[in-house]
Design a protein around this ligand. Structure first.
Ligand SMILES: Nc1ncnc2c1ncn2[C@@H]1O[C@H](COP(=O)(O)OP(=O)(O)OP(=O)(O)O)[C@@H](O)[C@H]1O
Length: 287
């Protein structure tokens, strides 16, 4: 479980990016973090693993108070926090397999990593992860030969290779087309569900977040102004988070019930909550 207590961040410039954020994320729970530009979403994600040093407050992951750790212990704790980025952050000239194995670098000694000699169990685990993210046919391809969606799948497998206790995901679909974005969101949510992994996903696309996560947190001026289920995200709530706007084209209708048969799982996700869709896909052998 991840717990943030009264987290604040004021940058040297005087910008107060976080203003007393408190929340907990349970194992297996995926939180969609939304809010206008400058609300503090990236700062929040980066304060958790202390890529940005919080000004005050506490971050606790499991039994470990991350905010109290010294340099060496923080490095070890960061191994257990997987990050997934908008621009993938892959090493372009390395293969898919090498990129995934780089997720293990924090665990192998310097010389082993220097010569890229990974233990056999790390390699077989990487194969299994690549299979899970649907890339078993691309293991030896260079990262720069992949599509955006495939690159993000490598990013996900690399984060999982760390054996994380937490996933921090920063705009994972911002560079992807709508269909690929849905596939990537579905994959992340499924994997967190399977592994009991808590995750926070910083995401601008409100409708996409609504379709796939069970909990949404709205941040505004460094404060949590909404924390609830996707269907509680009404026009009034969106106005509270983002300001006045006509929201009809942005959000998913929340009360719509349809008896129509839907064959396309993407379309289906628009009509049902993520849990039902995932369960049905699993039963139908689609995932
Ligand atoms: N390195 C920095 N130095 C000074 N101020 C910063 C720094 N990074 C962010 N800020 C400020 O902190 C506030 C929150 O920024 P942050 O990037 O966390 O917001 P965000 O919600 O992630 O925005 P976006 O959606 O545009 O990425 C903004 O006022 C921003 O200008």
């Amino acid at each position: 479980m991840l717990r943030l207590q009264n987290l604040t961040k004021t940058y040297r410039t005087g910008d107060r990016a976080l203003n007393g954020v408190s929340l907990t994320v349970e194992p297996g729970q995926v939180v969609g973090l939304i809010g206008p530009s400058g609300a503090g979403k990236s700062t929040l994600i980066r304060c958790i693993n202390r890529l940005v040093e919080p000004s005050s407050g506490q971050v606790t992951l499991g039994d470990t108070a991350l905010t109290g750790l010294g340099h060496g212990s923080l490095r070890r704790a960061r191994r257990r926090i997987g990050m997934i980025f908008q621009e993938y952050a892959l090493v372009e000239r390395l293969t898919v397999m090498e990129n995934v194995l780089s997720g293990r670098l924090g665990y192998v000694g310097f010389w082993r990593s220097f010569f890229r000699k990974f233990p056999p169990d790390a390699v077989s685990k990487a194969y299994a992860l690549l299979d899970r993210v649907g890339l078993s046919d691309h293991v030896d391809k260079r990262a720069d030969a992949l599509s955006g969606g495939q690159r993000q799948r490598v990013g996900i497998a690399r984060a999982l290779a760390q054996d994380p206790d937490l996933l921090l995901v920063d705009e994972p679909t911002a560079s992807l087309d709508p269909k690929t974005s849905r596939q990537i969101m579905r994959l992340i949510v499924e994997i967190c569900d399977e592994r009991g992994l808590p995750a926070i996903i910083n995401i601008h696309d409100v409708a996409l977040a609504q379709s796939f996560v069970r909990r949404i947190i709205g941040l505004k001026s460094g404060e949590v102004v909404f924390d609830g289920a996707p269907n509680e995200l009404t026009d009034a709530v969106l106005t509270r988070i983002y300001g006045e706007e006509d929201w009809s084209a942005t959000i998913r209708p929340v009360d719509e019930e349809s008896d129509d048969q839907v064959d396309d799982p993407d379309a289906e996700a628009e009509h049902h909550g993520p849990a039902e869709v995932l369960d049905r896909e699993r039963m139908a052998g689609l995932s």
